[in-house]
Design a binder for this molecule. Structure first.
Ligand code: TLP
Length: 356
């Protein structure tokens, strides 16, 4: 079987999750009668320190609902230029919420108030006003980077001072909390709403949570129905989600150490550009342009070596994500496979011009 570093989304449910799914107490969730879903929503809200929670099938749906809750048609949403909501959600900000995204580029993906400030727009006869600031923590395509608490607080305090809400795409907020060694509720506190995924590093097969003020989540429930995301005896999924939430966060440090190790090994190989000391969580993004291959070619040539990686934001970058289903040994093997690829590609790859 391949060593699958494409994403932490590929994790399979643990035996405990499978057992819990088989034994889950269920009811019709559209009537609010699924006790396992209700427990998951309550626990998610409690752990994140918010009033209420909503179980959604995907992180994408959680973000889309949050954007819709906070904005009106014709407004702008400010986010980092490689944000998941901009690059990977099929323009749902425009399609569903009727808003324009105004991106701001920051190399490490971590916005600051100073960077954001100039992108904000206020009501005028000429400009569409900013309806929402969206921050991604950890920042996926910038390489799993984490918002320092003071940066986060400064953004949220100033945004609120201007009457602008903040949504956190915290798909990997537990990884961020692990890196900062702070309770996750501290990271969630400054933002109005937070989406986080049960189905990534936490290992659940399906599901994400949107947490925030009770009134906002009540509206979110209606948007979830409109999007076709309201399900029936969905406690079978929530049961796995509860285990992901309660039992999996404590082991994320292992994935982070593996990612740092992998980055260190890759950095030894000529042709790859990366900074292992900048790896904070479970994502390694590296530049392959000096090999003469673009990311698609690099990934395709790596596959026969039994290692899967994925594309990142540009054709120059490849992404490797560590998770519960890959070990330190797998990471060592993956680095060896990359070394072999580079050796085999040799001069021919380097002679090929990067096609972007
Ligand atoms: N990210 C996926 C891909 O879509 C890129 C991955 O493999 O990392 N926010 C962030 C920051 C994400 O990384 C993702 C998934 C989502 C939202 C959406 O979650 P899902 O896939 O559940 O819709």
């Amino acid at each position: 079987m391949s060593i699958d570093l494409r994403s932490d989304t590929v994790t399979r449910p643990t035996p405990a999750m499978r057992r819990a799914m088989a034994e889950a107490e269920v009811g019709d969730d559209i009537y609010g009668e699924d006790p396992t879903v209700n427990r998951l929503e309550e626990r998610a809200a409690e752990i994140l320190g918010k009033e209420a929670g909503l179980f959604v099938p995907t992180g994408t749906m959680g973000n889309v609902i949050a954007i819709k809750i906070h904005t009106e048609h014709g407004q702008e949403v400010v986010c980092e230029s490689r944000a998941h909501i901009l690059d990977w959600e099929l323009s749902m900000t425009a399609w569903f919420a009727g808003c324009l995204v105004r991106p701001v580029y920051v190399e490490d993906g971590i916005l600051t108030w100073t960077k954001l400030r100039d992108a904000l727009r206020f009501p005028s006869p000429h400009c569409a006003p900013t309806g929402l600031i969206e921050i991604e923590n950890t920042h996926n395509m910038a390489g799993g980077t984490v918002y320092p608490m003071d940066v986060l607080q400064e953004i949220c305090e100033n945004a609120h001072g201007h009457g602008i809400p903040v949504h956190m795409d915290g798909a990997r907020i537990f990884n961020a909390a692990c890196h900062l060694n702070r309770p996750v509720r501290e990271l969630a506190a400054p933002a109005d709403t937070v989406m986080f995924c049960l189905s990534k590093g936490l290992g659940a097969p399906v599901g994400s949570m949107l947490v925030g003020p009770a009134k906002a989540i009540e509206r979110g429930r209606l948007y979830r129905k409109r999007l076709g995301g309201a399900m029936r005896q969905v406690g079978v999924l929530a049961a796995a989600g509860l285990i992901a939430l309660e039992e999996m966060p404590h082991r994320l440090g292992e994935d982070h150490a593996n990612a740092r190790f992998l980055a260190g090994e890759l950095a030894k190989l000529s042709g790859l550009k990366l900074h292992p000391e900048r790896v904070q969580t479970n994502i390694v993004v590296f530049d392959v342009s000096a090999t003469g291959l673009n990311s698609t070619e690099f990934i395709a040539r790596l596959k026969p070596h039994g290692v899967l990686m994925s594309e990142a934001s540009t054709p120059r970058e490849v992404r490797a994500v560590t998770h519960f289903d890959v070990s330190r040994g797998d990471c060592a093997q993956a680095a060896e496979a990359v070394a072999e690829l580079l050796a085999n590609a040799g001069g021919s790859a380097c002679a090929t011009q990067l096609r972007s």
